[in-house]
Design a protein around this ligand. Structure first.
Ligand SMILES: Nc1ncnc2c1ncn2[C@@H]1O[C@H](COP(=O)(O)OP(=O)(O)OP(=O)(O)O)[C@@H](O)[C@H]1O
Length: 554
């Protein structure tokens, strides 16, 4: 069990190396698993740095570092899934937006829903199936299984159904479980508070078959309760016979004033490794109004200047993706279907300067213009090791996305009269060339797929962006995306409800989300509080260690 900023990364990598050294089995591997690609990249970087430092070079013999889902997909689902799923190819991931998925539905007793929307949970070894975007409806197990099997027989699985298939494979093909445990006698899972019931069920099968498991995590940072990860496994695991529990309780990340707030919120008493800085630092609160976001961002900018922190290191965090989008000043969602994917790609490129997201949206649009059989292209293009042909396709899409003069048209054009006609001509020509150059098949009815719907007589970008207003310099993100990171300065924008739960501590998920936001900050944490409730909360904010910045600080 480890507190925020206690060096779990370092600890986990050292433990990985030591466990591998002690493992008396030339064929066995030690796996270090986490929940995000960012964490995996950090672990790999630190591991190779340590190995190089010790003179062993960039060797990864006998160890594996991956996400939990990457690990089960690579070792179980892809190589062994075809037998349980009944397909004649290696299973592949679908995002849910691929056009061929339209014919895969599940009936909930009232209406048909996309099979890719089925949510699967496991409780005491029994699968439960639900569906629905707002209120979830239970689906009869036989109907859900039938729908999943139909999709599975085409080789397709979703993020949600991957664990369902893995559990079934391990139970229905016992030799796969035996081989997995033989290959991975030791597994170390980081961010273990995020282990949900389905991951736990997979790990329990491995433990029962002989794998030794180490967990490292912080129950105050469990922010995936909506995905059924409530930290219970981490809390209980240390009490099992034969399991030793260790505590890490020195925070190496934050200045003492920020740690003081974190300790009050979590009810912990962690020690600070760092000293106070000479310049402005600590945890502050400022008022904001939703109608005056630019003013609040300007206040954050001023505080960064006083704190001598480069603006590019200031990050604005929000509770939800909608809020993050709103604070980033992105467009207001013009277009429908495939055209909307291209519209979002345009906004990501021209407004947010986020080329990775621009590429992801444009790729979804391009795949929508190709025949259904290319439905796995999005997941193929996301692989770290791609087929040579896919590398070329990816390059071609990048070129289309990057160039507003010949590819994806500029967001400054009038959406209906200028941007759409240009997009329509260029996207058609692009997929036809892509098909000719790379042996792909274009979908039927391109005109219909690129229909002009929900586009207005104004640019995709909002007016202030066109008027040359200061471009967004801050990274604006959700707390979930920033998890695990160390950031120089954070501004967390809270609603009255977020604020209430933050101040109430880490018993609720929203409270823990606020705690994760606070503990990301190294030097400066700014809590943006709705102006309308500031007076009500001010005494409590001060009591919990937040400070009001003085006039001189702006
Ligand atoms: N022993 C140490 N001495 C000095 N600095 C350290 C030490 N261990 C870690 N750090 C630094 O402390 C910061 C936090 O480390 P790390 O990101 O591993 O924490 P963590 O435990 O994963 O935190 P969280 O769970 O909050 O994400 C990093 O900047 C890291 O370089």
């Amino acid at each position: 069990m480890a507190c925020a900023g206690s060096g779990k990364t370092k600890t986990a990598v050292h433990r990985l190396i030591e466990m591998r050294r002690l493992l008396d089995d030339a064929h066995g591997m030690v796996a270090l698993l986490s929940f995000s690609n960012v964490a995996v990249e950090t672990f790999k970087k630190d591991y190779y740095a340590l190995m190089q430092g010790s003179g062993a070079g960039r060797r990864s013999f006998g160890i594996e570092i991956d996400t939990v889902d990457g690990f089960i997909t690579t070792n179980v689902l892809r190589p062994h899934g075809h037998r349980t799923m009944g397909c004649n190819r290696a299973p592949y991931l679908v995002e849910g937006r691929e056009p061929f998925l339209k014919s895969f539905t599940v009936y909930d007793g009232e209406r048909n829903n996309p099979t890719t929307d089925i949510r699967i949970t496991v409780d005491a070894g029994v699968f439960n199936f639900q569906v629905g975007s707002r209120s979830l409806k239970t689906v009869v197990p036989s109907e859900a299984r039938r729908a999943l099997q139909k999709l599975g027989s085409h080789g397709a699985y979703t993020h949600g159904s991957a664990r369902y298939w893995v559990l079934r494979i391990l139970k229905e093909q016992p030799f796969v479980l035996r081989a997995l445990v033989r290959r991975y006698p030791h597994i170390l899972v980081d961010e273990a508070q995020d282990i949900g019931a389905e991951h736990q069920a997979i790990l329990e099968l491995m433990i029962a078959a002989g794998t030794k498991l180490s967990l490292i995590g912080d129950s105050h940072q469990g922010i995936y309760e909506f995905a059924h990860a409530n930290g219970a496994f981490l809390a209980e695991y240390g009490t099992r016979p034969g399991v030793t529990s260790q505590q890490l309780n020195i925070n190496y990340r934050s200045v003492p004033a920020i740690l003081k707030v974190a300790n009050i919120l979590s009810g912990r008493n962690d020690g600070a490794h760092r000293q106070d800085k000479g310049t402005l630092s600590g945890a502050f609160y400022v008022p904001f109004q939703k109608t005056e976001k630019e003013k609040t961002l300007a206040v954050f900018r001023s505080l960064l200047n006083v704190a001598k922190i480069d603006e590019k290191h200031g990050v604005v965090l929000c509770r939800s993706a909608d809020w993050a989008l709103d604070w980033s000043g992105a467009g207001d969602g013009q277009g429908q279907g495939i055209v909307r994917s291209f519209a979002e790609a345009t906004i990501c490129r021209d407004k947010l300067h986020n080329m990775a997201d621009a590429f992801a949206h444009a790729s979804a649009g391009v795949v929508g213009l190709l025949a259904d059989k290319h439905g796995d292209l999005i997941s193929r293009l996301a692989k770290s090791r791609m087929e040579p042909q896919d590398v070329k396709i990816k390059r071609a899409i990048w070129t289309f996305v990057k160039d507003p003069a010949t590819g994806l048209p500029s967001g400054t054009l009038l959406a209906d009269k200028e941007w759409h006609p240009s997009l329509s001509t260029r996207a058609k020509a692009f997929v036809q060339k892509l098909a000719a150059d790379h042996g792909l098949t274009v979908a039927d009815n391109l005109g219909q797929r690129l229909a002009k719907k929900a586009l207005e007589n104004r640019p995709l970008l909002k007016l202030p962006d066109l008027a040359g207003a200061q471009p967004v310099k801050f990274r604006i993100s959700t707390v979930h995306k920033a998890k695990g990171e160390s950031l120089e300065a954070v501004m967390y924008v809270a609603s009255k409800e977020h604020l209430r739960q933050l101040l109430d501590g880490t018993a609720t998920e929203v409270g823990r989300i606020g705690y994760v936001a606070v503990t990301r900050a190294k030097d400066l944490f700014v809590l943006a509080v709705p102006k309308s409730c500031l007076a009500e909360f001010e005494p409590e904010l001060i009591a919990k260690g937040f400070q009001k910045p003085g006039i001189a600080d702006y």
